[in-house]
Every structure is written in C-alpha cells, then in structure tokens.
Design a protein around this ligand. Structure first.
Ligand code: ZN
Length: 64
C-alpha cells in the first residue's frame, strides 16, 4: 500500500524493457529509476529526464 512506481516501458519508450521500478517515496523511486535508466538504457541524469520521471510516477500497486 502507498507504493509508487514507474513502468519503464512508458518512460524510456523501450518496448523490450519489462521493468517496473517500485519504491515507497518519490525520492527513492527517482534514485532507482535513474540508476536503471543509466545502467540499462544509457540515459543521462538530466533535469529534463527527472521531470519525465516525475510525470510517469503512479501510486498504488503495480500491475503484474
Ligand atoms: Zn528499463
């Protein structure tokens, strides 16, 4: 309950990535999303990217 998550496919536009990143707070989520984006997708940690992440944060339980 009260979880926040980002569906990486929506965020990165990479249809092959089936990762859903989950955390308890926005700050935690931002960190795991950025780590994932840099390591897996080679994206950069920019202000624009952070804004994009914020726009894709959803609350509740991620769909399985
Ligand atoms: Zn991904």
């Amino acid at each position: 309950m009260g979880q926040k998550y980002v569906d990486c496919r929506e965020l990165s536009g990479d249809i092959h990535c089936k990762t859903t990143l989950v955390a308890n707070t926005n700050d935690e989520l931002m960190e795991v999303v950025i780590k994932h984006a840099i390591n897996v997708h080679g994206l950069a940690n920019t202000t624009d990217f952070r804004k994009q992440v914020s726009a894709h944060v959803r609350e509740g339980n991620p769909p399985i």
